[in-house]
Each structure stands twice: as C-alpha cells, then as structure tokens.
Ligand binder design. Sequence first.
Ligand code: ADP
Ligand code: MG
Length: 907
Amino acid sequence: MASGGANYRNGTQRNSLKGTTTATDRQLSMNSNPSKAALKNKSLSLVGASSGLRKSSPGSLGGGTAKDDAGVPGRVRVAVRLRPRSAEESVADADFADCVELQPEFKRLKLRKNNWDTDTYEFDEVLTEFASQKRVYEVVAKPVVESVLDGYNGTVMAYGQTGTGKTYTLGRLGEEDTADRGIIVRAMEDILADVSLESDSVSVSYLQLYMESLQDLLDPTNDNISIVEDPKSGDVSLPGATLVEIRDQQSFLELLQLGEAHRYAANTRLNTESSRSHALLMVHVKRSVKGRELAHSSQNGNSTNIAKSLRPTLVRKGKLVVVDLAGSERIDKSGSEGHTLEEAKSINLSLSALGKCINALAENSAHVPVRDSKLTRLLRDSFGGTARTSLVITIGPSPRHRGETTSTIMFGQRAMKVENMLKLKEEFDYKSLARKLDIQLDKLIMEHERKQKAFEEEIERITTDTQNQISEAERNYADAMEKERLKYQKDYMESIKKLEEKWMMNQHKLGERKDQTASTAQEVAELKKLLSKETSLRKAAEEEVNNLKSQLAQLKMSEASANSESLKLRKMLEDEAYRKEKLEGEISMLQTQLLQLSFEADETRRRLDRGGPGKVPGDLDSLISQVRPQVNDSVNEEKASIANLFEQVGLQKILSLLEAEDADVRIHAVKVVANLAAEESNQQKIVEAGGLTSLLLLLGSSEDEMIHRVAAGAIANLAMNETNQELIMSEGGIRLLSITAANAEDPQTLRMVAGAIANLCGNDKLQNKLRGEGGIKALLGMVKCGHPDVLAQVARGIANFAKCESRASAQGSKTGRSLLIEDGALPWIVQNANNDASPIRRHIELAVCHLAQHEVNARDMITGGALWELVRISQDCSREDIRTLAHRTLTSSPTFLAELRRLRIDY
Ligand code: ADP
Ligand code: MG
C-alpha cells in the first residue's frame, strides 16, 4: 500500500495517465456496471425501440443529446482480465510474487516494475483471476450485444499475450460445464432470445486472418476473401464470406465447432497454431421495426393493403464482431520460437498496424493508417467508427512475461482513449420490399395466369358444351328428318302399291268386261231366238186361256146359282137353329117363372087360408094360364115367336127378373132379354123399359160368366142403334165392358164384349169419349185371347173407328194423328193386315186404308211398316174395291210417294 502511495507520486506517466483518465473517471465509474443497468432495463428496452438507444448507449458519456445522424459518442471500453496461475506457473513462479496487483473495487491495476516501484493503471473494468465467465460476459460483452440488438454495430475484442486466456474468455463452448461458456456462446444466447425468428434474422460468418489472408472457416476452400468498404458509410463487408443463418443455439454451437475444426485443419496444413492467426466471428442481426410501421399505418387509417405493402419495412442491421487476436508477443520472441520472419512480420503487421491506428485515434491524429493491414481495415468501424467496442485485455500473473503484460496494458490504456460515434444502422428495406413486390408480382402473375387458364378452360368447356348441344340438336334433327323421310317413303310406297293393285284390278275387270261383252252378244242372240219361240208359244197359250176362260165363266154361272141356292138353304137352317135355341131359352125361363108363380100362389093361398086381408092378384093366374099353354106351345110349336111371349108376359116383368136373387132366374131372364134384343123391333121397347140399363148393371154386379156373355151379347145387339150407343156410353158402358173383358175367360164372352165395343166404334160422335174411356185399349187388350172370332170383332171395331176418323178428317173436324195410332194399335194392325182369317184380314185392310187416307198418319205408318201392307193391299187384295181404295190412298199421299221414291220403288 505504501508503494501505492509512491505510485501516485510517480512520474509523468501516471500523471499523464491520470490526466487523461480523470476526465472520464467519474463517467466511467458511473458507467462502471452498465451491464447490470442494461440487464435491469432489458424489459424496458423491449417497450420502445427508441428507448433502446438511451438505455444501451452510455448516455452518461454523450449526455444523450446527439441525434441519430450525428451518432452518439461512445468511447472504447476496456476491461483487463487476469488469468489465474497455471499449474506450471505455480511451480515455476513459486518463488516470485505476481507482477500485477488488481484493485477491482477501484478498477485499478498495479504493475510491479521492480521490487520497489509499481505503476497504477485504471480500466473500465478490472477482472480478477476469480471473475466468473458470466460476469466477464456481462461486464465486457453484454452492453455491446444489446446495442447490436438495437441496431448498432458492436465489437468485442480480446488482446493479449498467447496463453493469457483470450480464447478462454471469448470462445469457450462450455459443453461440460455451462458456467464455462464464453462470450460468443452467451452473446448468441442473448441474441436468439431477443429476436423474433419470423421477422428478424441472425446470420453468422466465421473467418481467420493469417498472414494477411482472410480465410472462410465455414468454407475452407474459400481462403482469400476480399474486404469491401463502402467509402461513403465506411461500412466494411465481406461479400465472399459464407453467411449462415442461425435459428437456434444448437446449430450455432455446431457451426462454431465446424469452424474450429476447419481452423485446426488449416493451421495443421499451414504448420501454424491458432495463436498466430486472428479469428473473427461476425454476427449479423437484422430486425424489422414493427412499432414504427404500426404507428405509421395508424396515422393513415384508410391506407389500403397495397399501399401498406408498397411501404418498405424499416430494418435495423446490427453487426457484432468478435475478434480473438493472435498473441501479442514481441516479434523477437516469436522469432526465437522458430517462426518464420515473414510470419512474424505478418502477425505483427496486423497487430502493430492496429496499435498504430489506436495510437493515432487516441491522440486524435489527423491520419489513422487504417489501410495498412487487413485487420485494421476489418476493424475500421470498431475503432474510430460507429460501433460500440469493448476490449478485453488478458494478462498472465507471471513476472516472467512482465514485458508483454506491460505492453498489453499500454495497448489497453491507449484503446481507452479511442472515441467512437455510435450510429444506428437503420434503413428502409428497399431490397426486401422489392423482393416482396417481386413475390407479390409473381403471385399476381401466377394468379392471373391461373385465372386466364380457368377462363380459357371455361370458354373451352362452354364451347365444347355448346358444340355438343349443337351436334346433339343436329343429330336429333337428322334423326327426325330420317324418320319423316322413311315415313313418307313408306306412305309413298304404299300408295304406289295400292295404285298398282287398283290398276291391276281395273285391268282385270276390263278383261272380264270384254269377255262378258262377247258372251252377252252371244246370249242376246240366243235369247232373241228363245223370245220369238216364247212369243209364238204365248200366243197359242193365250188362245187356250181364252177358251178356258169362257168355259170357266159358264161353269161359274152355274156354280153361282148353285151357291146361292145352298146359301139360302144354309141361312134357313141357321135361322131354324137360332130359333130353336131361343125357344129353348124361353122354355126354361118360363119354367122358372112358372115355378116362381106357383110359389107365389101357394103363398097367397096360405094367406087366404089364414083369413088374411091380402088380395090375390087377379092377373097372376091368368098370366100363368097364359104362359102355361105358351110354354107347352113352345115345346110343341117351334114357330111361336118371342114377340108373342113378351106380349103375353110383359117386358117389365121380364126385366125385373134380371134382378132376381136366384141365379138361375137371372140367367134365364137375361137370356130372354138377349133373345128379345136380337130382334130389332124389340130393341126400342127394351131400351125404353130400362132394359139396357139393367143389362149394364147386371154386367157390373154379376160374377157369373154366362150372365156376362149373354148380357154382353144383348148389349152388343142393342148397340147397333145410334141412340142406344149414346146411352151405353152415358151409362159408363165402356168401363163395364172393359172390366168384363178383363175378367172373361170364355172367348164367346170376349167376342160379345168386342162386338159391343166394335159397334160403338162405328159412331162418329162417340170417337173421343170412347177412346177417352179406354175403349180402344180394351179392344186391343182382348187380342191376347187369340180366338179368331174375338180377333174378327176387334178388327171390325178398329176398322169402324178408322172409318169414322177418316170421315172426320175428310170433313176437317179431326186434325191430329189417329187415336188408334196414339193408343198403340198400329203394330197389331200391321201384324194382322194379312191374317189368314179373311174376316180379320178384310177389316184390317179397310182400317189400313182409312188410316192411310189421312196424311198426318203417314209418317207413323211408314215407320210402323204399314206402308208395305198398303202396297200389298193395293196389289194383292182379292176385293177390288179395297184394292182400288188402297191404290188411290197410296198415290194421293205425297209422304208415301216420297218414301217410295226414296226407296227407289217404282210404284
Ligand atoms: P490464449 O487464447 O490467450 O492463447 P488460452 O485461452 O488458450 O490463451 O489460455 C491458455 C490456458 O490458460 C488454457 O489452458 C486456459 O484454460 C487457461 N486459462 C486461461 N484463462 C483462464 C482463466 N481465467 N481461468 C482458468 N484458466 C484459464
Ligand atoms: Mg487463443
């Protein structure tokens, strides 16, 4: 300590040193532990990019007022590190005290000049042999690393005698013990921890400078890399050096090992050692400044993406250069160790050039001989440039190397005087912008091409589709056309075929006709011959016929006379039979009356016998006496007439018997009345006496068929008289006759009923009433019985009705259609117009003729088939009068004639 005091009193060097250092002393002490401050502020440095400068830069040196362009003053900081005694030194120097003494608390180093004299030096940091690698990093390198991350260049350099720990300090990998990790490894750890791998990049070059030759340790074949300096900015670059991008610590360590291996191989090849070459690690840190970009874009809120993409990114490019210098032994010492002169010169050329430059810079000399060596050219920015530079000088404790130690210390002292102007390496990244734009352009071109291709494909697809559609439409059209063509062809062929067939047929017919014509002519000739023969034969026959006719006429005349004779006889016979029947009826009736009279006489007698006041009718006995001989007469005398009988008995009496309770009496009585009614002379009387009414009543009240038959016969006889007809009608005769007909089973009863109605049908005045009360229907209803007698009466009735109608039509009192037709008589008429039974046929023929006379019936007659009957009647009827009537009727009816014409019947 006493010597320490002596030191202060020591010569000018100390003073001069002191003089030079005093000015910065306080500042240095204030900045004595910037790494701590930096570490503490690390998080702050992330808050804002602009704050990084103030934080990392030794603001205390420059007052933090300098602008970016001017740079920030930043003196080269120098730390001294003392290597511990090695084992060998511990032995060899055991008897010697160390030549240096460190006072780290004062940042002082005392160098023992001799046993009594020491020199004291102050450094920015004094690192004892116990200083940890971590602390060394934080003190020496960390502020530089932070500056680099903020966009400044930085240099960490180790200077010292071989074996003093330069490589130990900088390059230990600390693989076995992480605490051993040197500055390089720790620096990269911090860098990688701070950068963003997306937006930032970290790349590394590793070089060795040996005998003024710059070798690429990452590519051994590249052993002469040229240095390029930008005269404007003074930036130094090595375009030929391999630049490896670092993404993680591990790959970096591997890269370092690779470089180290290459360095070892190179040194072996050159027969040298690492201590004779300078090793340079260059770490390029490129960071984009996002904060500013964001601030900028927020000011232009409406800026589009393209505008944004057109704006270059602001980038900061910091470069960290770590230099492990060759040993700083003296040239004579090197030489003594067997190095070639050239090599020694070369080593010292770079080192002495560096020393000279530092001297010049320390003395603010106008000229700094930077260009004297490659090393100084490479470190141009590190000393007197824009980089933040931190120098660690390494010394050993051994007094045997005092000289080298002294020289090292002096180098450090001088370096401490070098002022750099730190400059932010910030620029717009036009290159990457251009690259980005290129990429964008390429993308756009690709997109355009893709769209163009898609468009062309779409066009092609549409074209193909359209063509397909067109061809399909064409195909369909062609198919349709072909179908149509085939159809027409087929039709055409068929028509041709038909025409051919027709033609053939015509040809055939023509041939036939020709044949026919020929044969016809022949036939005609033959027929003519036959005709003449026939004619002559006919003439002969006609003569024969005439002969026969005259004979026939003669025969007919004789036959006619015979006929009339026989007719007379038959008539007489019939009359006789009729009379006989009548008389028989009368006899039975009179017998009945007789019986009744005798019964009454007995009654009277009994009353008289009882002495009753009753009076015997005087005429009864006389009546009986009158009747009795008459009865006897009738049995005996056939010619006794009914007239006599009825004169004798009295009509009233007979009629009263019609209502007798005894059925037999009633039957006899009705028979008598019927017989009386058969005589026209009696009819008037019978009717006047109420006989007709009684008969009608009987018809309605009796259920006896015989009574019905006989009564109906009587009514039929009475109905021949016009007055009686009216009476019958007014008494409801049609209804009664209809009921009788409906219930009758005996054809003779029906015949009587039909005859009665037929008579009524002949009354012109009663036509409508008769029909209205169902007379025609009743008549037609009776035909189902089928008996010719009944049918003949029905036919007569119809003929009568038709005759009256035709008469009324002729008089103009009847206009409408025949009531017979109305009541459906026409079918029966047509059906029976040619009946085998002549009485039926005659009546119907007449009826047809009468109906036909009225034109209004013609249409119904045509549809009903009556026209043909009329035609037949007009031609075939045996009775000439009817035939004529039919013919006349036919020819006078326009409707019939039209119909015949329509049917092409030549009438
Ligand atoms: P240089 O690179 O300066 O020639 P080295 O770094 O190779 O020196 O160191 C030489 C020797 O000293 C090595 O064996 C190294 O391990 C050792 N050494 C150097 N510095 C230290 C230290 N601070 N602590 C312990 N050993 C050290
Ligand atoms: Mg070394």
